[in-house]
Design a protein around this ligand. Sequence first.
Ligand code: URA
Length: 218
Amino acid sequence: MLKSISQYFELLKLSGLDDLFLKSDFNGVNLSQNMDLASLEEKYKNCTKCPLSQGRIKFVYGEGSSTAKLMLIGEGPGAEENKTGKPFVGSAGQLLTKMLNAININRKDVYIANIVKCRPPGNRNPLPSEISACIKYLEEQIEIIQPKILLLMGKVAAQTLLKNGYNMTELRSKEFKYRGIQTFVSYHPAALLYHPQWKKPAWIDLQKIQKIYQKIGK
Ligand code: URA
């Protein structure tokens, strides 16, 4: 029985029809979503669409649950992320993991991705041309995962997806919709390392998100 089901999924994949089954569940495991993210990462990992690929050790596609209700979006990989291929594993990442734990959210239950998938040299902001070359990957991830909440961490993520020109105070105080998804903006964890006085307002932002996350259930 199992064998014939997996053969059936294989067949759908080969025929390109698996897109129709993106949200299908089998025995509680979302086969198609997991398959999709892994195979898409594989497909894109040698991307050369922008010069950031020249400094790439590893393509940092994204990490986490393909059925996450909460998706977090940062800016771009740093040195540690470039080495490991995983988002937010350096000092900002460790702070992010602690922040999630503080609101009783386990990192493995969310999905974490960045605006650009390769490290900008010296951790500079990604250029508009680099963002345009890369953004399709993130848009596709959001479409597959269909999170209920998006948390945009920092101005680069916010301005790329919301394109509204608001400053950080305005961004944090409002709620947005990105493609119908409830969207919030808070500080980037790296900014909190440089400006510890922003940790208190960041904590207020997180508590707001925790309440909404609890309401919609894991
Ligand atoms: N900063 C980011 O924006 N993303 C990472 O993955 C790490 C640091």
